[in-house]
Design a protein around this ligand. Structure first.
Ligand code: HEM
Length: 177
């Protein structure tokens, strides 16, 4: 791929940071929404909160994490950052791919099942062992994801300089004047 010019690189960074923000915001909403409405008073209340969380997952978290991955890919292909030259970048690759796979095989289906159980049984879902276990797993996973995402933001800001030895160092970021 031809190296990106200055403006394209700045635009890419803007889209990357926007997607990262939306990803964190989506996961935080999942957690706060579930915790604040743990025991709604009516079946309708439970259905509304669980359906809303399901759509936050589908419309915010899924697109945002895919855009983070895709823009990360463009950084690797079109800028001197490359693939695995820095430990912090390697960590970001591993954590991003791991979270996306986890979302596909576990977290997403759990969020969907909680919403389906709420729609099917109303408040009765709260007495269902499966619902209790899945909603707990969703909350615990959200805490774990938030911790990882915050770690990635810190790593991206500080860009600790230790290299992996898998390439020559990248020339610094776009904010060079
Ligand atoms: C495959 C995954 C990812 C790759 C390969 C990647 C790669 C990069 C690279 C190379 C930069 C530096 C761009 C520059 O300054 O020119 C960057 C910046 C940044 N990344 Fe990622 N990233 C990935 C995922 C994420 C995720 C999941 C988050 C959020 C939680 C994130 C948050 C950020 C932030 C906030 C910056 C801006 C830092 C700054 O400019 O000071 N990235 N990323």
């Amino acid at each position: 791929m031809t190296p990106l010019g200055r403006t394209s690189r700045k635009l890419l960074l803007a889209v990357h940071v926007l997607s990262a923000s939306l990803w964190i915001g989506g996961v935080a909403s999942l957690l706060v929404g579930a915790l604040l409405h743990r025991h709604p008073a009516t079946s309708d209340g439970l259905v509304v909160i669980r359906t809303t969380l399901q759509w936050v997952d589908r419309l915010v978290i899924v697109p945002a994490c895919l855009v983070s991955l895709f823009t990360g890919l463009l950084f690797a292909l079109g800028t001197p950052w490359g693939w695995f030259k820095h430990d912090w970048l390697t960590f970001k690759w591993a954590a991003t791919v791991a979270m996306i796979v986890y979302g596909i095989v576990a977290l997403g289906p759990w969020v969907d099942t909680c919403a389906e159980l709420a729609r099917g049984h109303g408040l009765g879902a709260l007495a269902d062992e499966r619902y209790a276990s899945l909603s707990l797993r969703v909350d615990a996973s959200s805490v774990g994801q938030l911790a990882l995402l915050v770690t990635m933001i810190l790593l991206s800001s500080f860009k600790p300089s230790r290299l992996t030895g898998l390439g020559s160092p990248a020339k610094a970021p776009v904010d060079d004047g």
